[in-house]
Design a protein around this ligand. Structure first.
Ligand code: UGY
Ligand code: MN
Length: 259
């Protein structure tokens, strides 16, 4: 069949894997529309989570064209985390020399860090960004981190065969009010129990595929999908297919409840 230029082929356009519920959301990348922010040039921002959804943080995929990125250094009351998915970016923290971050490079910046994030290459860079207010306690706030996944140890917390955790911001460090972890599952591995906990999650599928239980519903998920899990959302994952599955997972931790 010849499709005239400018027309879409026939298909089931009204079907989607996207689901938004009171305390979870499942979002494949197609369908997450583009935002353009005043602080960034030549950059498409695709918001995955935001307070409008019910989340207490914002998470977005930044698609930064060559010559794009922050227009001027940014410094405000928010803490930020960046993780490079594709391409290369140049990050400057507190006016220090730019550091090149390629795929699996990442950075954490506490509130009032002055930073710029630029793409000096020819190809688009894709970066997951997460930002939220910092909940201060009677400990100093954390220092900035600029690192790479290869520097992070793989830990198996519970001895279940085929599972690992990579704690990109460390673990049990009470200065942080958040964790960014990479959880990996070899075929056949899964959680020992359905988890239901007070912490919320922003999840980005880095590789592989699997089945995710969210609330009472199962969702088939694969690389590049995003999931928001609100507080007390029952959750369980097991990989399907023949290869490892891994996801980047935000978790709010280390703070008491507020009334
Ligand atoms: O640490 C966690 O809460 C993690 N096991 N949750 C998840 O992967 N959905
Ligand atoms: Mn969890």
């Amino acid at each position: 069949m010849t499709i005239p230029s400018g027309r879409l082929p026939p298909g089931a356009f009204g079907h989607t894997r996207s689901v938004v519920r009171r305390n979870y959301a499942f979002m494949p990348p197609e369908g997450i529309m583009d935002s353009y922010l005043p602080a960034y040039e030549k950059t498409i921002v695709r918001f995955q989570a935001a307070p409008a959804l019910g989340a207490k943080f914002a998470q977005a995929m930044l698609e930064i064209e060559g010559g794009g990125g922050t227009r001027a250094p940014i410094s405000d009351r928010l803490q930020r985390f960046f993780y490079v998915i594709g391409g290369t970016v140049l990050l400057s923290v507190n006016d220090a020399a730019q550091i090149e971050l390629g795929p699996e490079g990442y950075a954490y910046m506490p509130p009032h860090t002055r930073f710029s994030l630029r793409n000096a290459g020819a190809n688009q860079a894709q970066v997951i960004g997460l930002w939220k207010p910092y909940e201060a306690i009677d400990l100093p706030q954390p220092d900035p981190i600029v690192s790479h996944r290869k520097n992070v140890e793989c830990i198996n917390h519970n001895g279940t065969e085929g599972r690992t955790w990579e704690h990109l911001l460390g673990f049990n460090d009470l200065r942080f009010d958040m964790e960014m972890n990479i959880l990996s599952f070899q075929p056949g591995a899964h959680f020992p129990d359905v988890e239901t906990h007070i912490m919320e999650h922003g999840l980005y599928m880095l590789e592989g595929q699997g089945m995710y239980l969210l609330g009472a519903d199962w969702h088939e998920t694969w690389t590049s999908d995003f999931i928001w899990m609100g507080p007390y959302c029952p959750q369980l994952f097991y990989p399907t297919g023949w290869s490892k599955a891994a996801y980047l997972l935000y978790k709010d931790v280390n703070r008491d409840v507020t009334f």
